[in-house]
Design a protein around this ligand. Structure first.
Ligand SMILES: Cc1cc2nc3c(=O)[nH]c(=O)nc-3n(C[C@H](O)[C@H](O)[C@H](O)COP(=O)(O)O)c2cc1C
Length: 362
């Protein structure tokens, strides 16, 4: 058990380091295929564009969401503290990384609870894997929520990663019923999120049927866990892990592009967080025009989170400036106006969505 705890915690540090230092982005989230129709007569004031929005009854100052990333190793505490200060300062939402390590070893709880200390008013989302939920039940889910005083709980689906991890859990049976029992038994809203392979319309229907309050696409085209685990397998000293290097590399093309996943999930219900390969304010504008409620970013915030509060502030301000300009040029003074913007959808994204008008899914 002590070994298992140590593994979970050191894996968290490996992931953060690999994401900060290696090239682990793969694919195409599809935003290059999407254009918002330019409005040459916007009839609004760029100085008065209102980025504020609501999500699960919380008021947020912008639709930018800091996706689940870190915690679980002593060295990750400062990064979580920085992200939380930025969430509090800007009035945006934030998720923490999987809290499994701290549920296995309560001494690590402060690497997560620091986010509530630094962000007493922010919309914070706890995080637990579907496998851990199935194996440990609602008590772990409640423990994760309590640990950070969370406003919502994300249950992450990461079976591609599990398939490539040397210590991965290859049995996915029973996760849907565990999610259903959780939704019936907990007051905190439950969000189901993927972690880079996207969610299809079929999976989304099962999740809504289980009673989830929101879905996060976690689509393909950004951080690739196939690439991350392939790099990690390359550092393993165990001979039997070598095949995982090529298995990971071969699977970097697996997944539903975020723009396509977003359209699929929106065809079944809402609210929806678009995430996976969202890299700019313009990608956020396109996601909102497709119908997303919030837009999550992880990888673009990793390096700034390891650097300084100033670096994070600059990144968030740049994203907000781009989103504001895109809204102005669409004639959208508010987020609700942007949801009515017309889109051109071309190329593979159009072929995969199979409809001409994905912006009208709601
Ligand atoms: C360093 C790092 C650690 C992550 N850890 C988790 C995690 O513990 N739980 C989770 O649900 N998602 C985790 N993710 C996935 C992100 O929340 C997000 O779904 C995914 O990275 C796609 O977004 P991106 O392309 O903007 O990075 C992590 C991402 C990164 C970059």
């Amino acid at each position: 058990m002590a070994d298992k705890k140590r593994h979970t915690s050191s894996r968290k540090l490996d992931h953060l380091r690999i994401c900060a230092e290696e090239d682990i982005e793969c694919g195409d989230a599809g935003f290059g295929d999407i254009r918002i129709v330019h409005n040459a007569l916007p009839e609004c004031d760029m100085g008065n564009i209102d980025l504020s929005t609501r999500f699960l009854s919380h008021r947020l100052s912008s639709p930018l969401f800091i996706s689940a990333m870190t915690g679980g190793h002593p060295y990750t505490k400062e990064a979580n503290a920085r992200l939380a200060r930025i969430a509090e300062g800007f009035g945006i939402g934030m998720g923490v990384g999987s809290q499994r390590a701290a549920l296995e070893d309560p001494q690590l709880a402060d690497t997560f609870s620091v986010v509530r200390d630094e962000a007493p008013h922010a919309f914070l989302v706890a995080n637990l894997g579907a496998v851990q939920l199935r194996d440990h039940g609602i008590a772990w889910a409640e423990g994760a929520v309590e640990m950070i005083g969370a406003d919502a709980l994300a249950i992450h689906l990461n079976f591609l990663q599990e398939a490539i991890q040397p210590e991965g859990d290859h049995n996915a049976a029973g996760c849907l019923s565990a999610i259903q029992e959780l939704c019936a038994g907990i007051k905190t809203p439950v969000i189901v999120k993927e972690t880079g392979c996207g969610i299809s319309a079929e999976t989304a229907r099962k999740c809504w049927g289980a009673g989830v309050s929101a879905i996060d696409t976690g689509g393909w085209g950004g951080t690739s866990w196939a690439a991350v685990e392939s790099v990690r397998a390359g550092t393993s000293k165990r001979k039997e892990d070598r095949h995982l290097i090529s298995l990971g590399a071969d699977l970097t093309g697996w997944g539903i592009p975020t723009a396509v996943s977003l359209a699929e999930v929106l065809s079944t219900g809402s609210p929806v967080i678009a995430s996976g390969g969202i890299r700019s304010g313009l990608d956020i504008a396109k996601s909102l025009a497709l119908g997303a409620d919030l837009c999550g970013m992880a990888l673009p915030l990793v390096k700034p989170a390891l650097t300084s509060d100033e670096a994070l502030t600059e990144r968030v301000e740049a994203i907000h400036r781009e989103l504001t300009a895109a809204m102005f040029l669409s004639g959208a003074a508010r987020i609700s106006d942007l949801r009515k913007a017309r889109l051109y959808v071309t190329g593979k994204t159009r072929q995969m969505i199979g409809r001409d008008d994905p912006g009208r899914f709601r």
